[in-house]
Design a protein around this ligand. Structure first.
Ligand code: DOR
Length: 444
């Protein structure tokens, strides 16, 4: 007896769209066939709608522990499953920062029975935790996060010898935030002198400049080449940086690259109406940069598309330029923004699935997720590409209660999300209980 039988779904998986039935038992996909004639406790007729492997978001900030006035594991993972995200990898710039095995394990405890999606946590790097990095157990974390540029939280790693040692000693993927902090600080000072405190948000991309991004990303790539490190460079924002990365299948790469949904959607033309809402690091840059990043997604230079979901409260955001923190909440509409771009002709559905799911599983060697295959966990999202989603403040599940997408209509809808075979989102509301599991890895 199957627990759930999904019939007549247009399954988007591994470069193909095929009409299939999907049989689910004990949390996993048991059968995949053009027709399954097997009894099931529940049957769902997908009626030709698209079934995708759930998005695996490799970059989120859910703010626990210590910053729960902005967000928490329960609220943000609820928003994630409403948006079709079934697994997340969460960042270490919390309080206390995640810099050793004990702080890491404490986060897994916080997620247990509270996370609606499956979860992993990054081990952070600092200028003085090399011994903890050397000692870390590769089965306990998705990767090592290095802030090679200062951002929210005080986690900058800028000591050259420390960077050399981390890149030389990392046994698992290293992921980097790349912006050259001295260059950013020099621009901040110059712009403060010129404009005072209240400068227009549209100058954010000049302060957090393209040169600062390129210098730091180039340095990360150089370090990884010299040390043979498995490097994944996060949230790239400029056309020039695309040339640092090679096209080709992610399995063959030592160095991979990520773009985030807001850099694929917004441009510096949006600062005048969205202001601090789209202030983030690295900054959103020009329409030409956005076009170059979209092209790089299609060429395979960008391997993964993620969110960098980084919520701050409205009162924190409602400040002048220097006082407003960087980052925006994104998980609830990330996949929808990409599906809208399928309608616009920017991406194919197959590419969206490859970048948001398959390649994350491949890059981080996640076990049994990221694909619609027999034996994999049933982490699935049912999507209707013919119905709209209008983003209104009342529909947001984020603790911070706002979104940069308010007022936008996406020409797609998340009809249902399944995590480990359990329906957790029914198109209108959360259902069931938070039963995300800890991610595991196939690592040699
Ligand atoms: O805009 C950002 N916000 N970029 C980051 O790197 C950190 C994030 C946050 O945690 O707020």
């Amino acid at each position: 007896m199957l627990d759930l039988l999904i019939t007549n779904a247009r399954v988007v998986n591994e470069g193909q769209v095929q009409t299939l039935d999907v049989g689910i038992r004990d949390g996993r996909i048991e059968r995949l066939a053009s027709h399954i004639d097997q009894p099931a406790r529940e049957t769902l007729d997908a009626n030709g709608r698209h079934l995708l492997p759930g998005m695996m978001d490799d970059q989120v900030h859910f703010r626990e522990p210590g910053l729960t006035h902005k967000a928490d594991m329960a609220s943000e993972s609820a928003a994630a499953v409403a948006g079709g995200i079934t697994s997340f990898m969460e960042m270490p710039n919390v309080r206390p920062p995640t810099l050793d095995a004990a702080t890491l394990e404490a986060k897994y405890e916080l997620a247990r029975e509270r996370a609606w999606a499956n979860y992993a946590f990054y081990h952070g790097a600092s200028n003085d935790n090399l011994e903890a990095i050397k000692a870390l157990d590769p089965s306990t974390t998705c990767g090592i996060k290095i802030f090679m540029g200062a951002s929210t939280g005080n986690m900058l790693v800028d000591a050259p010898q420390t960077l050399e040692s981390i890149f030389a000693n990392a046994s698992i993927p290293v992921v980097t935030h790349c912006e050259d902090t001295p260059m950013v600080q020099a621009r901040e000072q110059a712009y403060r002198e010129r404009y005072g405190e209240d400068l227009p948000f549209r100058l954010h991309g000049e302060i957090r400049s393209r040169e600062a991004c390129l210098k730091s990303s180039g340095m990360a790539v150089d370090l990884a080449r010299r040390h043979g490190t498995r490097l994944h460079v996060l949230h790239l924002t400029t056309a020039e940086e695309m040339a640092l990365f090679e096209p080709g299948p992610v399995e063959n790469k030592q160095i991979t690259a990520e773009a985030c949904v807001h850099h694929l959607w917004f441009s510096d033309e949006d600062y005048d109406h969205l202001g601090s809402f789209i202030k983030c690091n690295p900054a959103i840059k020009t329409p030409a940069d956005r076009d170059a990043i979209r092209a790089a997604v299609n060429e395979g230079r960008i391997d993964i598309v993620a969110t960098d979901h980084a919520p701050h409260t409205l009162s924190e955001k409602n400040n002048s330029y220097f006082a407003a923190p960087s980052g925006m909440p994104l998980v609830q509409h990330a996949l929808l923004s990409l599906l809208e771009q399928v309608h616009q002709g920017n991406f194919t559905l197959e590419t969206v699935v490859e970048k948001t799911s398959h390649n994350v599983a491949r890059r981080f060697e996640v076990a049994d997720r990221g694909f619609i295959r027999e034996g994999c966990f049933a982490d699935l999202v049912l999507v209707d590409m013919t119905r709209d989603t209008h983003v209104e403040r009342e529909s947001l599940l984020y603790k911070c209660g706002w979104s940069p997408f308010e007022g936008t209509t996406f020409r797609a809808r998340i009809e249902a999300t399944f995590v480990n075979g359990q329906r957790v989102w029914d198109g209108q509301q959360l259902v069931g209980v938070p039963a995300g599991q800890r991610l595991t890895y196939r690592r040699s």
